[in-house]
Design a protein. Structure first.
Length: 208
């Protein structure tokens, strides 16, 4: 089987999002993963960069999924069953959020205070927000939540999890190849720092 190694995502610029969309997504991921004493926030960790790059690839286009109709409502355990792919859902969903808030509050999501942002996201998740253009709040929030968590916990090669922040927080060792000296040491923290698929920064001559 031919190998298909991931390409290192380089931060800088947006490949899918417009500047306005990117600012909105960065604000949302910062509320889903707020900075605290344990970790940086979702924006700084690169969650929006991760989502942006994923939407430009196979995930965004659903190119590896069966996407032919008929499209019928599915069970909650079956996930999204509609015609739109993730890229289309993001474009429509983000526009719907700002359109709703501009009509209701005269502000965009980015312009709201953090507590107001939290209240809106909570209402959207609960289906208590009537977004325009047929966007279902709970479904779109679920997509945002899923992708934010992926960006926060996935290998940094994909653009998120800056400095392996979530792995350090959890004590996850990452892609280390050999644990023979530690497999029998039960209930003991693993003493080595985490490793990305592409190694550690100091191995590549880029400093710690």
């Amino acid at each position: 089987m031919a190998s298909d190694p991931p390409t290192q995502v380089v931060a800088g610029g947006w490949h899918f999002f417009s500047a306005q969309e990117a600012a909105l997504v960065e604000a949302i991921v910062d509320r889903i993963v707020p900075a605290d004493e344990l970790s940086m926030g979702g924006k700084e960790a690169g969650c929006a960069v991760y989502i942006d790059r994923q939407l430009m690839g196979a995930f965004g286009a659903s190119s590896r999924l069966y996407t032919q109709g008929p499209f019928l409502p599915g069970l909650p355990t079956q996930g999204y069953q509609g015609e739109a792919n993730p890229a289309q859902r993001y474009r429509t969903g983000l526009a719907a959020i700002d359109a709703f808030l501009k009509q209701r509050d005269g502000k965009t999501f980015v312009e709201l205070a953090p507590a107001e942002q939290d209240a809106f996201l909570t209402a959207m998740e609960a289906g208590k927000v009537d977004l325009p253009n047929g966007v279902k709040g709970p479904g779109f929030f679920g997509l945002l939540l899923q992708n934010t968590m992926e960006g926060f916990f996935a290998d940094p090669v994909y653009g998120g999890n800056k400095e392996m922040v979530s792995w350090r927080m959890l004590g996850f060792p990452g892609a280390r190849y050999d644990y023979r000296d530690h497999v029998s040491k039960h209930n003991q923290p693993y003493p080595q720092p985490p490793v990305s698929i592409i190694g550690r920064p100091e191995w590549l001559g880029k400093g710690a």
